[in-house]
Design a binder for this molecule. Structure first.
Ligand SMILES: Cc1ncc(COP(=O)(O)O)c(C=O)c1O
Ligand SMILES: N[C@@H](CCCC[NH3+])C(=O)O
Length: 463
């Protein structure tokens, strides 16, 4: 992948006084440098105030809809609490996410569990939770899953997931609608919902087009929404002698995109909301619209900080080695995803003196590569950055969604730390993992040199 960096002009439109996208250029460079010095790198920084603003913007654009935060985008406790306090519900993809949402204070009436080929362990757990929290809703995309719930004695609230036959998203791998894996095919959905209503309290229908839908893909979104409106009307008022199904909501999924490229415009959320309402209408009396955004809530509230440790000119490219890799931020390796990168400086010139401030350096095409033993472990290729030197701090923007969440321990790399900013105050939300964490679940593993573990716990702020 080769990409080029545009100027750091925040071309954000403004809604209710809040910029609708926070660019990497909008973050306070000095504050980020302080955090990196104190907590080491790689380091995620997640700004809870920005999370709250994004929640407010969603609620403002969709005042009559039920807004459910897709927890998978960022499961941190502090984020979940901020989302709950902002009035959004929680949409969970696993028992683990339900557990986290409960711990963050979501009651059953604000919990939605979307089961995709759910492991027995997950169904056991959620059916158990539902006994104490009967207002919890389980979204089901296969008749087998309904049968498995019934086998567990569950007869509570069910939402039927539909495969709408239309998908969208930033990459083929995240286009969900139309993928056979998800949901009951549209033409069988009404019958499946009617059958399910004989055994469960069917309270809704659901579909999700995919993740990272931008303005160019709004036609697909509209098509999905229109089909779901039609399905709701068919259930409320069946044309044959079938009994109506009395649902409460039509969930048209999440997927609202955010601009990763510096010059890409932010999604016009009020316009998307208008288009959504128009496409779903008229909804039967008593049926509400629901949406379940993840990325939109948290993406631009997060940055990943990483330190340059190597600068290697080669005949073909200038390679800048950093301490964050695909294990910290998987998206570039997995989807060729673009993340904006800003050089915050702080490094040394070749003669050992302080390097000039990034603004005073020439824009130089570089490949930023991580420490993982994989060729695909790059954060960008051939991108113009203020020429990095060893010791510089780089801020990788729009990293708050599916960033820490997809981090892993490949190459035996402990996961990074994350700090949460709340009204400017930073606290460690997730501590940096140590070498001991790598073997914590391994039977028979003994720590023979604990002193080495301690060293990895240090900030790593050295150059
Ligand atoms: C069922 C479901 N709902 C909601 C979302 C949230 O998507 P996004 O983070 O793009 O808003 C996803 C992820 O694609 C999903 O699979
Ligand atoms: N992990 C994806 C989004 C997938 C959402 C889950 N269905 C990304 O980083 O873009």
């Amino acid at each position: 992948m080769s990409d080029s960096e545009a100027g750091a002009d925040p071309t954000a439109d403004t809604v209710d006084g809040n910029s609708s996208i926070r660019r990497v250029s909008d973050w306070d460079a000095d504050r980020l440098a302080e955090l990196a010095a104190e907590h080491g790198t790689p380091l995620y920084v997640q700004d809870l105030d920005r999370v709250r603003e994004n929640c407010e913007r969603l609620r403002g654009a969709f005042p009559d809809a039920d807004v459910r935060y897709a927890v998978k985008a960022h499961t941190g406790r502090r984020v979940l609490e901020a989302v709950r306090e902002s009035g959004l519900d929680a949409e969970c993809a696993s028992a683990g996410e339900v557990d986290r949402a409960l711990a963050a204070g979501f009651g059953g009436d604000r919990l939605h569990y979307t089961a995709v080929n759910p492991p027995a362990r997950d169904l056991d757990y959620v059916a158990g939770v539902a006994e104490a929290e009967p207002d919890l809703t389980i979204t089901v995309g296969a008749v087998d899953t309904l049968d498995r719930l019934a086998e567990r004695g569950y007869d509570g609230r069910v939402c039927v997931r539909v495969n709408p036959g239309v998908g969208a998203g930033h990459h083929e791998k995240v286009r969900t609608g139309g993928a056979a894996k998800f949901g009951i095919p549209y033409d069988r959905a009404a019958a499946a919902a009617r059958e399910a209503a004989e055994r469960f309290d069917v309270v809704g229908v659901h579909a999700h087009a995919g993740s990272g839908i931008d303005s160019d893909q709004l036609d697909s979104h509209r098509e999905l929404v229109a089909r779901m409106g039609e399905l709701a009307r068919e259930l409320a008022d069946p044309s044959d002698d079938e009994a109506p199904v009395d649902i409460e909501s039509v969930d048209v999924g999440g997927g609202f995109g955010v601009p990763y490229k510096e010059d890409a415009p932010a999604l016009d959320l009020p316009a998307v909301a208008d288009a959504t309402r128009e496409a779903v209408a008229p909804l039967p009396a008593g049926v509400d619209l629901a949406i379940e955004p993840g990325r939109y809530v948290v993406a631009d509230a997060g940055v990943l900080l990483t330190r340059v440790n190597t600068v290697k000119p080669t005949p073909d490219e200038r390679v800048v080695g950093v301490d964050a890799g695909m294990t910290d931020l998987l998206r570039p390796a997995m989807y060729d995803a673009y993340h904006p990168i800003r050089n915050l400086g702080g490094g040394r010139a070749e003669d050992g003196s302080d390097a000039p401030a990034p603004d005073a350096r020439s824009a130089t095409p570089v490949t930023v590569a991580g420490p993982i033993c994989e060729t695909g472990d790059t954060l960008c290729r051939n991108r113009a950055l203020a020429d990095p030197t060893r010791g510089d701090l780089l801020a990788v923007g729009i990293a708050g969604a599916y960033g820490y969440e997809m981090a892993n321990q490949y190459n035996s790399r402990p996961r990074p730390a994350e700090v949460a900013l709340d009204d400017g105050t930073a606290t460690v939300a997730r501590r940096r993992e140590s070498l001991a964490d790598l073997t914590a679940v391994e039977r028979g593993a003994t720590r023979n040199r604990a002193d080495r573990t301690d060293r990895t716990d240090r900030t790593g702020a050295g150059r």
